[in-house]
Design a protein. Sequence first.
Length: 75
Amino acid sequence: MDSIFLTDAELAELTGYCQPKKQAEHLRKLGIPFLPNARGVPKVTRSAIEGRTAGKAGKAEPVRKKWQPAVLNTG
């Protein structure tokens, strides 16, 4: 039976990092919710990942324009 949380190996594969600080940074960039444990290692629930991948199959992310103050918009 799978654990409710991703294993350390799965987390490293998902983020591409082995260091907990880098993993947390990458998870924040991806918008994946996590909680750090007592050692500072991010813990991600399987449901957070499974729901994310199932709902996004074939959908492209909208391109977001970088915010710029109106005074700089000249066009």
